[in-house]
Design a protein. Structure first.
Length: 196
């Protein structure tokens, strides 16, 4: 099984990165093959909304997303990890998501309407970390994640959502969160949902 981790943090080895690393270790412990994408390292633009993918399901913009599309399609599990920026995922993570309009169109072209409510390409999970305690802190990110995975023909199976974490490496003071991340990776490979 292929598991793809998408690092959405601009800070390498930040809190969401460390949690994603643990989740990928959990997936590896179940025999999964893992690979990663660091959204901030990609040389790419956001969606141009040019409409070129409407009829073909293929993006015509030639940049680093060309290397990302096959990984998104081939992976049976995707784990998106991001710190919360204004109650949403980071701009680089969102740029990757927005560029998946082409894959959304591909799904609409290839899948008949009566089969679009079922997900045949795998599962998606979200790891999100925020500094505040706001009751709605993760709502925006969860909606974005759900419809990102929908575009990829993957079901959204929940994730690890952690409030009140600020400062680099602060997550290391929460060993239970690191354990939960490892368990998320294991459950993802087993095809289970993950709720915190």
């Amino acid at each position: 099984m292929k598991v793809l981790g998408i690092y959405g943090s601009p800070r390498k080895n930040g809190n969401s990165d460390l949690l994603l690393q643990e989740a990928l270790k959990g997936a590896q412990s179940m025999g999964a093959e893992t690979q990663t994408i660091r959204s901030f390292d990609l040389k790419m633009s956001g969606c141009h909304e040019c409409g070129a993918c409407d009829k073909t399901g293929k993006c015509v913009v030639n940049d680093d997303m060309e290397e990302v599309y096959p990984k998104l399609v081939e992976s049976e599990v995707i784990i998106l990890a991001s710190p919360m920026f204004f109650y949403g995922v980071t701009s680089s993570a969102k740029a990757v998501i927005d560029r998946c309009q082409a894959l959304w169109n591909r799904r609409m072209i290839e899948k008949p309407p009566e089969k679009r409510k079922q997900y045949d390409s795998g599962r998606g999970y979200l790891i999100a970390v925020g500094a505040t305690k706001g009751s709605n802190l993760f709502e925006g990110a969860q909606l974005v994640a759900k419809y990102f995975f929908d575009a990829l023909d993957k079901s959204y199976e929940g994730g690890l959502l952690i409030k009140s974490v600020e400062g680099k490496n602060a997550i290391l003071e929460k060993p239970e969160a690191l354990k939960d991340a490892f368990d998320l990776g294991r459950k993802a490979v087993k095809g289970e949902s993950f709720k915190t």
